[in-house]
Design a protein around this ligand. Structure first.
Ligand code: DP6
Length: 361
């Protein structure tokens, strides 16, 4: 078993004065949801996600060696312009990972970041943003420590990303990623995400995710506060057990291609996530009337056509419409004809399953 102390580097073998890297990291959409955590970003239950392809953050990290400083030294640019309000999140991330990257206070960093999806679209950018930064920091560690294996590189990148934002650890490597100890996934860990260990069925290769932007407003409840509401929640123990059994069930489904079962698990997970928010104290309703309109339209369309299309939700009002590639034409036509009217300014994003972070040259 890998322990967190395995990620504390011993000594660095190389000196480096300055340089830069660029990485892209994708967003991901959970099928079995992470909702609730223990101290130090340990998930209360395991989760599994599809990695997205188009929705990503691209981050360039420039670094210059300096005399060791008291506090972290970094500038943050978002789309080329200084962005002070993103800095506290990065500061906190650096504080949490410093013990694993002891060189952080020996460099000045310029973090230059942009998203491929519209800012404040309601799509979580913390997973892709933190993952992209974690990849860059690992590239720097690899410069200082060139003998590092590729396997360790990605594991530690996911480990660091988790400390910034839990779901970010699922945006590092692989198309389908499991995070959190689970009895049926031998390699799984609470500390980092791992790739789905076997081949997924052809039905899920090139799976499509069309994200309907129902409400682009600021989140009513941050996910950090949301996770906290699972402490002393009347249904939490049952929910955590359910996530374990849904993960066992979805493993079988991802292998055998049973779309009917897939739909049941995924939609139930989405509604359970929202049910947890509706039954916490304080309670929240993050769905909007149009979220429900869309869900009902999807159910009607599926009943009438037998086309295996389903939905999932994040901690917000937007709807992710999930379907296999071979029904894309019919589903897109349905979306354009019947669902776009429920989106804010008619906006939606077509995405599909991707492969993870990429270094850019
Ligand atoms: C509803 O990863 O954003 O999207 O660890 O506090 O940063 P923090 O939370 P975050 O929570 C994501 C919650 C979710 C479900 C999921 O992605 O599994």
């Amino acid at each position: 078993m890998i322990l967190k102390t395995d990620f504390i580097p011993k000594a660095f073998t190389t000196e480096i004065e300055q340089g830069n890297f660029s990485w892209s990291a994708p967003s991901n959409i959970a099928l079995v949801k992470y909702w609730g955590k223990k101290p130090n970003q340990i998930p209360a239950n395991p989760s599994i996600s599809f990695t997205l392809n188009h929705c990503k953050t691209i981050t360039k990290l420039s670094f210059t060696k300096i005399e060791k400083v008291e506090n972290f030294s970094f500038d943050l640019l978002f789309e080329g312009k200084p962005k002070e309000d993103f800095k506290p999140k990065i500061q906190k991330f650096f504080e949490r990972i410093e013990v694993y990257l002891p060189f952080l206070k020996h460099f000045h960093f310029v973090i230059d970041t942009q998203n491929t999806f519209p800012h404040s679209s309601g799509i979580a950018s913390s997973a892709s943003g933190i993952a992209a930064l974690a990849m860059n920091l690992m590239s720097l560690e690899k410069l200082l420590n060139p003998e590092m294996t590729e396997e360790f590189f990605f594991k530690k990148a996911s480990f660091l990303a988790r400390l910034g934002s839990g779901s970010a650890c699922r945006s590092v490597k692989g198309s389908v990623v499991v995070w959190g100890n689970h009895i049926n996934f031998k390699e799984s860990s609470d500390l980092f995400g791992v790739e789905f260990p076997t081949n997924i069925h052809a039905n899920f290769k090139k799976f499509q995710d069309t994200i309907l932007l129902v409400d682009k407003g600021e989140k009513q409840v941050s996910s950090t506060i949301g996770h906290d509401l699972m402490h002393n929640h009347p249904f939490s123990e049952q929910r955590f057990l359910q996530a374990h059994s849904n993960l066992s069930a979805i493993k079988i489904v991802l292998e055998n291609g049973n779309l009917e079962e897939f739909i049941k698990i995924v939609e139930s997970e989405a509604l359970t996530l929202h049910a947890m928010m509706m039954t916490s104290m304080p309670y929240f309703i993050l769905m909007k009337p149009n979220t429900l309109e869309i869900i009902n339209k999807i159910w009607k369309f599926r009943n009438e056509t037998n086309i295996p299309v389903c939905f999932t939700l994040d901690a917000g009002a937007n709807v992710h419409v999930l379907y296999p590639e071979n029904v894309s034409a019919e589903v897109l036509q349905f979306i354009k004809a019947e669902l776009v009217g429920y989106c804010q300014n008619g906006q939606y994003i077509c995405d599909k399953i991707g492969i993870g972070s990429q270094i850019l040259v």
